[in-house]
Design a protein around this ligand. Structure first.
Ligand code: FAD
Length: 370
């Protein structure tokens, strides 16, 4: 194994999904020499499988720290879209059309009541909607509705276009994307020295671990319990609904005027990211239950991706105790698109020594070390 002695990067980022690419961009903007190691095409994994929902609202299942992270990141979105447009001259499709969360049975009602109460208390805009109002807002929905809440501030973004725009911005600002599989991180005497790839050791002052579902598979790293959770989704022709609609089992997301996406399964099947008939049956049945006309829509295609999940379903962001110049930016599970802007901001703060805009303690990777 040879060692690349001339350090040609201040920072090595492992993974060019939306998280790694966004971290790389912010670090390159800070004047650092950044190399991103990506073993396949940038943005080709979970970041392109996502459906692009930006749910600004707090979820009753989220901790207070996670709610703050979500709200903070969501608020960064409009400026991010503007910044990328100024940069490239092209505007990533971002639709702040709100999201309707519906109860399809009586037993779904307490959940949406709780969500309404919790979000009101948090200062998030939320309105109760009767089944009659729901049908006026969304004529394509089933008449079998028990109630709903509307989050007018929720948004949708074209996550594939966004990820590619961020990758290009990172490159324009000097970041270098290297097609290579990182086999291991080398840690010596409490410091990360570099990464092993293709028989070489590449050195850097900082290593950012942003390898999504594969983060825990890289040799030499401290405990990183990230596991893949498969999500299968599909698209049909036509705009069946006007805005994103969420039920307890599924969600519908319009993409432009010509498509409706239906998501998504939540499956523990290891690193298998194939589509299955059973998975697609589950997703289509749930979609048809919400908006029956979808059943007649032309099938456009299906896809699957692996969400990177931690045991407490919160991301790992920040330095490892065992090597403080190795920084985690992984485990974003169902919210990686939404949380990319805040993650990049926090990682940049750690590397440049600025004060982080939010308390990192609940997200530090050390919480899984004991
Ligand atoms: C069906 C589905 C729907 C979703 N919907 C939403 C949504 O609506 N809103 C939302 O916010 N989130 C959503 N998500 C979650 C979101 O997609 C993820 O949280 C996010 O994409 C994670 O980004 P990432 O960069 O960490 O991972 P990835 O995009 O998976 O990127 C990781 C990258 O690391 C690379 N890599 C891995 N190991 C190595 C290695 N050893 N060496 C070099 N490179 C390596 C991989 O090739 C990959 O490109 C959804 C996910 C799925 C699957």
């Amino acid at each position: 194994m040879s060692e690349v002695m001339n350090k040609n990067a201040d920072v090595i980022v492992i993974g060019a999904g939306i998280i790694g690419a966004h971290c790389a961009w912010r670090l390159a903007q800070a004047g650092l020499r950044v190399s991103v190691f990506e073993r396949s095409a940038p943005g080709s994994q979970a970041s392109q499988a996502a459906l692009g929902l930006l749910s600004y609202h707090a979820d009753p299942e989220k901790t207070a720290a996670m709610q703050d992270l979500v709200l903070y990141s969501a608020a960064l979105y409009p400026d991010l879209i503007d910044e990328l447009a100024q940069f490239s001259g092209e505007r990533v499709d971002y639709q702040p059309g709100g999201q309707l969360v519906i109860a399809l049975s009586e037993k779904d009602l307490p959940g949406i009541e709780l969500s309404h109460k919790l979000n009101k208390r948090k200062g998030v805009q939320v309105e109760k909607v009767t089944p009659q109002e729901c049908r006026l807002l969304e004529p394509g929905l089933t008449p079998d509705l028990y109630g709903a809440v509307f989050f007018p501030e929720d948004a949708w973004v074209d996550n594939t276009a966004l990820t590619m725009a961020i990758v290009q911005a990172a490159e324009k600002d000097g970041g270098v994307i290297k097609r290579a599989n990182v086999e291991a991180v080398e840690i010596r005497a409490g410091r990360a020295v570099g990464v092993h790839a293709g028989g070489e050791l590449y050195r850097a002052d900082w290593i950012i671990l942003a390898a999504g579902s594969w983060s825990g598979q890289i040799g030499g790293i401290p405990p990183t319990p990230v596991k893949p959770i498969r999500g299968q989704a599909l698209a049909v022709a036509g705009r069946a609904v006007r805005r994103a609609i969420m039920s307890a089992h599924s969600y519908l997301v319009p993409k432009g005027d010509s498509q409706t996406m239906i998501g998504a399964t939540v499956e523990q099947v290891g690193f298998d990211d194939t589509n299955t008939l059973a998975g697609l049956q589950e997703v289509s049945a749930a979609g048809i239950e919400m908006a029956p006309r979808i059943g007649q829509g032309e099938f456009l295609g299906a896809w699957a991706g692996l969400r990177p999940a931690t045991p407490d379903e919160m991301p790992m962001i920040g330095p490892y105790l065992q090597a403080p110049n190795l920084v985690a930016a992984t485990g974003h599970f169902r919210n990686g698109i939404l949380l990319a802007p805040v993650t990049a901001q926090l990682v940049r703060a750690v590397v440049t020594g600025e004060n982080p805009s939010l308390d990192l303690a609940p997200f530090l990777p050390g919480r899984f070390s004991s």
